[in-house]
Design a protein around this ligand. Structure first.
Ligand code: FMN
Ligand code: SF4
Length: 398
């Protein structure tokens, strides 16, 4: 996949961040991440420093804690983690090692999306070299620090990107999300305190120690610090992976990718938000329009309902089926969008579909079902007259 802007991560010297981090104590390492203001790059935007504090301080009866790198990258429209893993895997493994030091974990697992199996050999070779160079193992850098990393291959289920389903999958069960609380930082893998972070989060961790927390926090906005990788796809002239400071407007992003004629942008992938052209001055940030990295551009000629049907089909197929709001709701929404396209939906039924979507957001057990109606609901709001143009009068519905 083409890299379209210079990536700061490719200028970070492997090893520099780890050397710097190991000169501090674990509490100072956590404080540095907190000071950088970094929020997780996987989508939910949880502050990384706080997550590590919680994992470090949660009781671990036998002293075991885990670091998991979420490389499931199943969100439609996201492909930036693949680039990080292919181009700079050392930074990811180094970030995991720093996290292990920070929370007191000796084991890390990279959960690799099944479809990325072609990356496995290179990643294993990178790990082997790090062990040989004394950067992983029982005595890292001669400091006595112990940290080991293994790779676990997923099997292609989108829900396994959700951190508790991912943990279930590593433990050998079906990928189904757990009830929370307890959160993984309290009771995660094998009941031990666990931090689950995104690939990009770990890569920026290395960069923060190589360049300083102040460098990171000087980029972006007050509440959304640092640079962010975005995977831009769809109706643009130059699709690919971009790096922008958080806070960039959607318009600026589209200018860079050659998509200014777009009718809408779906920010955040299938689980994201449909932003119409009139709102392109809004910012990509945790306080405005947030994204784990997916930006799908919708050209002026596109049938919005075709886009919505495609995404609802995805959710109906990927629902794990544990809870009714998502298991039934995703299929009902798909039916509804198909009927809208076919011109057989009345205003009353459209109202029912909106209520269904809102119920799913509220009542689904995990993020998959909670986010499944997002694009449809935001589309109906932003393109009310276009969607209503598909309605049929009461009494003439078949
Ligand atoms: C259905 C679903 C799929 C997800 N897929 C991913 C994924 O592929 N990669 C990822 O990092 N986070 C994914 N997440 C978010 C994770 O649950 C978790 O918040 C994230 O890995 C935390 O890392 P971060 O704090 O570094 O962002 C997903 C969440 C849901 C609900
Ligand atoms: S919301 Fe969907 S994916 Fe999540 S537990 Fe319920 S059925 Fe499974």
């Amino acid at each position: 996949m083409t890299i379209r802007t210079p990536l700061t991560l490719s200028t970070i010297e492997a090893g520099a961040g780890l050397t710097e981090a190991l000169q501090r104590d674990p509490a100072d390492v956590r404080a540095t991440i907190t000071q950088s203001g970094m929020k997780g790059r996987g989508g939910a935007g949880f502050p990384t420093g706080l997550k590590w504090e919680l994992a470090a301080k949660a009781p671990a009866p036998d002293g075991v804690r885990y670091v998991i790198c979420n490389a499931d990258e199943g969100e439609p429209g996201t492909f930036k983690d693949r680039v990080v893993l292919s181009e700079m895997p050392d930074l990811v493994f180094e970030g995991m090692t720093i996290a292990g030091f920070a929370i007191g974990a000796t084991k890390g697992i990279l959960y690799l999306r099944g479809e990325y199996i072609y990356l496995l050999d290179d990643l294993e070779r990178c790990l082997e070299k790090r062990r040989a160079d004394g950067l992983l193992g029982s005595d890292i850098h001669g400091t006595g620090l112990e940290f080991h990393i293994s790779i676990f291959l997923g099997a292609g289920a989108y829900v396994c990107g959700e951190e508790t389903a991912l943990i279930e999958s590593i433990e050998g069960r079906r990928g189904e999300s757990r009830n929370r609380p307890p959160f993984p930082v309290e009771k995660g893998l094998h009941g031990a305190p666990t931090t689950v972070n995104n690939v990009e989060t770990f890569a920026w961790t290395s960069a923060i120690f190589a360049r300083g927390a102040d460098w990171f926090s000087s980029i972006g906005t007050d509440r959304s610090t640092g640079p962010k990788l975005l995977s831009i796809s769809g109706d643009v002239e130059r699709p690919g992976v971009y790096e922008f400071p958080l806070g960039i407007s959607i318009r600026e992003m589209l200018e860079a990718a050659g998509g200014t004629r777009a009718k809408a942008v779906i920010v955040g992938g299938a689980a994201g938000t449909c932003v119409p052209a009139k709102d392109f001055d809004r910012a990509i940030s945790y306080e405005d329009v947030s994204t784990g990295g997916a930006v799908i551009v919708v050209g002026p000629w596109r049938d919005l309902l075709e886009v919505a049907e495609n995404l609802q089909w995805f959710f109906a197929n990927e629902s794990c089926g544990q809870c009714a709001p998502c298991r039934v709701g995703t299929v009902k929404l798909l039916d509804g969008v198909r009927d809208l396209r076919a011109g057989t939906v009345t205003a009353e039924r459209l109202g029912d579909l909106i209520t269904l979507g809102e119920t799913m957001e509220f009542a689904s057990k995990c993020g998959l079902g909670q986010a499944a109606p997002n694009v449809f609901l935001s589309m109906v709001k932003a393109f009310e007259s276009e969607i209503k143009g598909h309605l049929v009068a009461e009494g003439s519905a078949q």
